[in-house]
Design a protein around this ligand. Sequence first.
Ligand code: IVH
Length: 670
Amino acid sequence: MTPRSVERIILKLRDEIRRHDELYYLQENPEISDREYDELIEKLRELETKHPKLISSDSPTQRVAGRPAEGFPEFVHRVPMLSLDNSYNIDELRAFDERCRKLAGGESPEYVAELKIDGLSLSVHYEEGVFVRGVTRGDGFRGEDVTSNVRTIRSIPLKLNAKAASIAREIEVRGECYLGLRIFERINNQREDAGEPRFANPRNAASGTMRQLDPSITARRRLGMFAYDVFAGQRKAFATHWDALNWAERAGFHVNENRALCKSIDEVIEFCNGMEARRDNLGYEIDGVVVKVNSTALQERFGATGKAPRWAIAYKYAARQATTRVNDIIVQVGRTGALTPVAMLEPVQLSGVTVSRSTLHNEDEIERLGLKIGDHVLIERGGDVIPKVVKVIESKRTGKEKKFRMPTTCPVCGGNVSRPEGEAVSRCIAADCSAQLIGRLLHFASRRAMRIEGLGFALAEQLIEKKMVRDVADIYTVTLNDLVSLERMAKKSASNVLSQIEESKTRDLWHLIYGLGVRHVGERTAGILARHFGSLERLGAATVEELDDIHEIGLTMAESIHDWFADSGNKELCQRLTAAGVHTEIAEHSSRQTDQRLAGKVFVITGTLPGMTRDEARQLIDASGGRVTGSVSKKTDFVLAGADPGSKLDKANELGVPVIDETEFKKMLG
Ligand code: IVH
């Protein structure tokens, strides 16, 4: 290869990686898996190692520094990083507005309202447009130099584009580093698997991540940063804050899109209320709104008191954490027989709702928390998730707290309880446990399954108690007379329930598969199984190998599905459902499926197809017995390539794997 062509490949790779960074962070819609992303980085690194002259400090490979640092050196901020005064209600916001108007000599200043991201603040420095340093806030005057870690944050540009960089030789951008909720959950699960304690909230996790001495750990954890301030040298870079935010966006930073330029405090209040309603759907934690005077000249005139500026205020939302007492721990029995301990709490207000109970999951969780009945605890409500106990407040112990013991018999039916080795969950193993039957019935009738409206807890409980129903197939044998004989069941509602039951027979196959409640089979898996097999009968006849061969179905799932259908009771249940007239086939599926035109063929899809999305192509392949994998190897039979196919195409050519386009693909499907 000529040096020119190497350079071209390197530049192309860098562009591609940047494009994936953007898809991942800005659009939250990645096109490739993490592994494929790492492969791209690896390829670039290899080329750069062979041609070190072509390494530039803005290359994505420079994001991950090699060696762990030894502690962090101190860095004195050129301009102190102040904190903010807080306000907790609208009156306090109005009082802030009045102070500002007075300071501004009577005129009403413009405000910028933006989200107060719950993370840790960070200052990043550029010289001649190139990233040189990243510093934590520290005490506001001195921070820690965490440059190697900051390099790994993909939402922070390593190089500013030339036009943006031209505003000053030395530029400092400040912003809030945060961890998205999905990543936070993933990290905590991994920590739990590794026997490490969970982080209490995303902010602690972000801050722990930033202080990692090994930058490769920071890199894996995928921190993000929203920029909120820009300095040229030691002065604010723009005449207004709004301009600064827009510049930051053009320069390549992420600036939170939820921001507003407000002419009056009323507009600010509207923004605050609107965002509070949307707070649970953002994908990251916020703890309020920051309101800033827009004009830099006014900001300078207002100045600061002690540690907070007079030109800005935080409007804090109601806390999502609260402390309360665990009055009792009760045990619920679910449809799988799982015994779930639930903390009965002294009712407490948490972000607008009264919380009085919180699941404790299992015995291990209680052990991990070190929780006893009577303990005071910190509870937390994140997103739309049910509140959970974060930790025990040991300093509030009186010595009267009682240890919780998992019952050895089922609290509902008195049957035996077993906890298999290596599992966290204890289960009631009685086949006729009414709690399990009720749970199975409610699951079968739930909206995502067969959607039988009117079949709620009270009815399910009575049907089982009166022995009218022993399993989900019995639902279809219930008569009008049965129903009217029950308590609180008038003729009209009885006939409504009956017609709902009748209607449920025509639900799509995946609803039925999901409704059966096979362990490990969620809605998504049910959809995959329905598409792949097309009928309950064919699914029931599948071997573990056949199931395991389906992309996205792992061995545990395959075994669980196979075991469920191998059980003679379940076999009979399926036969009775079919006999009752429940639809157990996908109407037009059978002919397509029996074709099995692509049986056993392994595909990789890359690039943009002209006439269908990649997901549609994947579904067609699945439905014809083929399989789609993520990366090209010797085992790949075909690479289905569209526009801008990227490195997978190179790999296919290298290995001699046939490459087809959409037209050829359609021909294959007939
Ligand atoms: S402005 C002098 N804007 O909140 C201005 N801060 O309680 C100081 N924060 O230390 C910061 N989102 O870590 C600003 N949009 C935002 C923010 C924000 C989060 C944090 C920041 C600061 C703390 C003050």
